[in-house]
Design a protein around this ligand. Structure first.
Ligand SMILES: N[C@@H](CCC(=O)N[C@@H](CS)C(=O)NCC(=O)O)C(=O)O
Length: 287
């Protein structure tokens, strides 16, 4: 086996240079790792860090899921701090949370985690049959109504300019986002339906929700429950932010009890609502 001393001078130079490159790469890598750790540590302890895209034009978010989670944090009075940005969760979606360095993805799993951590259970006073209905309503709005929302926003003819301006994304990012959303809609089986068919289904979901809420103050009665966060998130973006689509005023015109419901949730949990949106993209949100 050749020893270092047995190498000729040009081989020795190569050997030393190679070692130096490896050392530099290692040091840079370690520094990056340490920097990342330091960055992760800059968030305050015992505070939920809510990662979500920027504020929306007429409501605190364009994302119904972000609105759901932030409403829950307010309802549960859990200290939180928003980090607005486009860094997705480990599962590729928004929003997500970090708590004392632990990351949790998916809004329902975030809520489950926080319920356990903070001993919260807003659905606890419901009887089992009510819990069943609440869960069914949540699945309807998150797994179906949301996809109709996506179709109206991203597929059917509409003006996307305000959405793009507010989301502050370039055309390429918007195009890619549209593709991702369309894949989701297609894999759920809605991609081939005509606009008329989707209109029908969309109205049926809103009608069911409206019939179920009736004259109640919140989804399950006089007090808001956990599921109200999910329902509010989905209905609020249709009520306040469906501009550019054919259904911009559908809730106001056809489902006044859903409009009152949205206003009631807003008044109860978002006294600072006007500071948390961009007033049609005309200014930065204060909070
Ligand atoms: N089940 C997820 C759904 C979240 C979701 O669909 N978020 C959308 C934004 S409203 C998203 O991140 N879409 C990007 C993508 O699907 O790649 C949750 O509750 O967190």
């Amino acid at each position: 086996m050749a020893t270092f001393n047995g190498l000729d001078s040009s081989q020795k130079v190569l050997y030393v240079a190679g070692g130096a490159v490896v050392a530099i790469v290692t040091i840079v890598g370690l520094r990056k790792l340490c920097f990342k750790k330091l960055k992760a540590k800059k968030y305050p302890r015992d505070t939920v860090i809510l990662h979500q895209p920027g504020r929306g034009p007429y409501a605190p978010s364009l994302s119904p899921f972000a609105l759901k989670l932030e409403t829950y944090l307010r309802m549960a009075k859990i200290p939180y701090q928003n980090v607005h940005g486009m860094k997705p969760s480990s599962k590729g979606k928004f929003p997500w949370i970090e708590y004392n360095g632990l990351a949790v993805a998916d809004t329902s799993l975030c809520i489950q985690f926080l319920n356990q951590k903070f001993g919260v259970d807003f659905n606890g006073s419901l009887i089992p049959a009510e819990r069943g209905v609440a869960q069914a309503m949540q699945v309807m709005v998150e797994e179906q109504l949301f996809l109709f929302h996506v179709l109206f926003r991203w597929k059917f003819e509409n003006d996307k300019s305000l959405t793009l301006k507010t989301a502050k994304v370039g055309r390429l990012t918007a195009w890619m986002a549209g593709k991702i959303f369309m894949r989701q809609v297609t894999s759920a089986g809605f991609g081939q339906h005509t606009e008329e068919e989707i209109n029908e289904m969309f109205r049926k979901d809103l009608q069911s929700l409206s019939d179920f809420i009736g004259t109640k103050k919140f989804l399950m009665g006089d007090e808001p429950c956990e599921t109200d966060c999910a329902v509010f998130g989905q209905v609020a973006v249709i009520y306040w932010q469906f501009y550019g689509t054919r259904h911009a005023t559908i809730i106001k015109d056809k489902y006044p009890n859903l409009a009152s419901y949205c206003e009631r949730m807003k008044d109860t949990f978002w006294p600072d609502w006007d500071e948390c949106h961009t007033h049609g993209g005309t200014r930065e949100a204060v909070k």
